[in-house]
Write a protein of this length. Sequence first.
Length: 275
Amino acid sequence: MLYPTNILPEDYFLEDSHLKASGTLKIIGQVLEEFGYPKLPKPLYGYHDVAGDLRKMLGGDCLEKKQYLKSLDGLPQNRVQHFSTASGLEGNTGHLYFFFNPYALYNVRLVLFGDSFFQRRFDIFKRVFSEVVYFRNPYILDDVVKVLEPDIVLTGNAERYLWHVPDCDNAKPWFMNYISNRYDSKKIPESDIKALTALFSGKSSREYRNMFGKKLTDLPRDIEKLSMLSENDIKTNADISFIKGMADYYEKEHPGVAYYLMSLVKGLDSYKSVG
């Protein structure tokens, strides 16, 4: 069990109760350090004017400069697949989101249980972790964790919600969110249903391997380490697919790196076995 210890008042928005991007990166950094992962690259932030959450609740319309993450130094921008049950479920209780990004910094499955404090920071989680599965729920669902076999689990609840957190021993089962007149499965795209079916079929299932498993690799993500790869580092079809994707991404900005990466996988399309 790990509790964040380095969050300061300045890590929150002044007229809001949500964390800034820098505050979320602090939490992620502490988690990564605990599990022995390398430190995060240097973040590059941007700012835009938005009405704060608490300010809107009080009926005001003043704008606050909101910090967001533009990029992590040396890493490609997102090309993330996004799947959700949100379109078929009224309200937000029970929502499920799944983000898949084979180009994320770490080939790690992260499962989140919590409220909008996590939901507002999807933009960061999906850049750092290859798989992010989020449940709008106030506590950890043990059975779901057993099925999904995550590498890391985070749970969080905003202080303003703590007065009515249900007892996990007495709360209604999670699946009851989808057995009510609030839920209409016809509104969920077929592609989302297919992806979520693969996710919950398990990492070793044919459905998951065919849809996601062949795209995941442990090769480095940052441009400096990519430039030092050799043919000996390429061992799976996922490695080949990943290198091609990185070459495509860097083609305009770093054509020399892109050419080098493509030269590594030239002629390797068919004989590498998937590990």
